[in-house]
Ligand binder design. Sequence first.
Ligand code: IPE
Ligand code: MG
Length: 241
Amino acid sequence: MNATGNAKPPSHVAIIPDGNGRWALRRGLPRMIGHRAGAKVVARAVQWAKRAGISSLSIFCFSTENWSRPADEVSGLMRLFDLMLRRNFRRLLRENVRLRWLGKADGLPKTMVETLRSLEEQTADRSGLQLFLAINYSGRDEAVRAAAKCYGGISVSAAADWNQMAKRLDCPDMADVDLLIRTSGEMRLSNFLLLQSAYAELYFTDCLWPDFDEKEFLRAIATYGQRQRRFGATAPPDEQH
Ligand code: IPE
Ligand code: MG
């Protein structure tokens, strides 16, 4: 890092892939077609992240608030995730990718929870890209569940300590987010990785998720390279004396 930006690429990139529905509607197609196109882009993003030398990639697939969508869209999305996990992500087993799941089981089809847990187990020893899929996840829900684990196991004063709580998040060893990308022009976090994004650099683009490509991805990484991160201090950590 220097006074003009970050020399190192981000180690953890988080993405809120937004705009599937609008992409489909603009083409006069059902929203589900947009979700299918978006799912293909998620699989591609894994390859871009690997090529860019990124260690961790987090994708917000389905939030705890998304249950309020029409029932046929919710069930279509569940079927799509199941298919993606069983078929496309099987490929990751051969590619040294470690799959992790963020979120809670409540409400998800039992078979999907089993698939997620089994993929986590099968890839537990992979040393390449760590792929975090947030399914039935929200940052507040994760915080509440972590706090409940604290109160259940240890004293209240220790639970108030961030380090204690951090150990009880869904994936305690997940690195803080360096760069958070959201597509489709919306400038919100929508409850994604609230605690882990405390010092994330935010990148918003009007591009709809199904149109997002490697060039756009690298543009976000290059923008990150121009940002100066100070973490609440007056100078970047490596310039402090
Ligand atoms: C994001 O696309 C995909 C999921 C939340 C699963 P949207 O479905 O939110 O697309 P828009 O915002 O309606 O265009
Ligand atoms: Mg949306």
